[in-house]
Design a protein around this ligand. Structure first.
Ligand code: SF4
Ligand code: SF4
Length: 187
């Protein structure tokens, strides 16, 4: 992969956006690799957390947003705990996911995004994850209305698919948390 080390690449608009959204100064990263060394997902992705940070440093927008590493993350925070510079890599990934959502680069990212949105919508509306809410939300968000529909009878027969979602008590409190997070993120 050809790397652009020009001043323009190092101070790209993309890098500035990620730094602003994540609140992290990526110049602090000196590529020690400790984040990748402890990452449980690293063996299964093409782009390690270390490489992902480097891509952002270099303004490699398309490569970073298309990387499987953006979505394949357990959010465990091990990378954060290992970083000697105190960089919050999880927040950097959150920022990249946000940008991926806006840009919809390729279908692979879009699939992950629609699932992520359906998951959050379900928790926001009912206070918990429900199979029917997740499946319905995913099918509607993605536009693939019949995805997994054939599997529904099998799950229904085995009582593994609740038809009506159960809402937790005082779901309004949780919805206030979502609202507050959205306000903070929008600032
Ligand atoms: S938060 Fe994500 S990137 Fe960091 S160690 Fe866990 S799985 Fe890896
Ligand atoms: S651990 Fe921190 S300094 Fe080291 S490569 Fe990862 S982000 Fe950069």
């Amino acid at each position: 992969m050809k790397t652009d080390l020009t001043d323009k690449a190092l101070h790209s608009e993309f890098r500035q956006k990620v730094e602003a959204l994540s609140g992290q100064n990526l110049s602090d990263c000196y590529q020690c690799g400790k984040c990748s060394g402890g990452c449980p997902v690293e063996p299964f992705v093409e782009v390690s957390p270390t490489r992902l940070i480097r891509m952002v440093q270099l303004g490699m927008e398309e490569e970073a947003l298309n990387s499987d590493s953006v979505w394949h993350c357990a959010g465990c925070g091990t990378c954060n705990g290992r970083c000697p510079m105190g960089i919050d890599i999880v927040r950097v990934k959150d920022a990249l996911r946000k940008l991926t959502k806006k840009i919809h680069y390729k279908r692979g990212s879009l699939e992950a995004w629609t699932f992520y949105e359906a998951f959050l919508d379900c928790v926001r509306n009912f206070g918990r994850l429900t199979e029917i809410g997740l499946m319905g939300g995913y099918n509607i968000n993605s536009g693939w209305l019949m995805t997994n529909v054939k599997k529904a009878p099998w799950y229904l027969m085995r009582n593994k698919l609740g038809v009506s979602p159960h809402t937790i008590k005082r779901v309004d409190r949780l919805q206030r948390v979502f609202k507050r997070i959205e306000e903070i993120e929008g600032q």
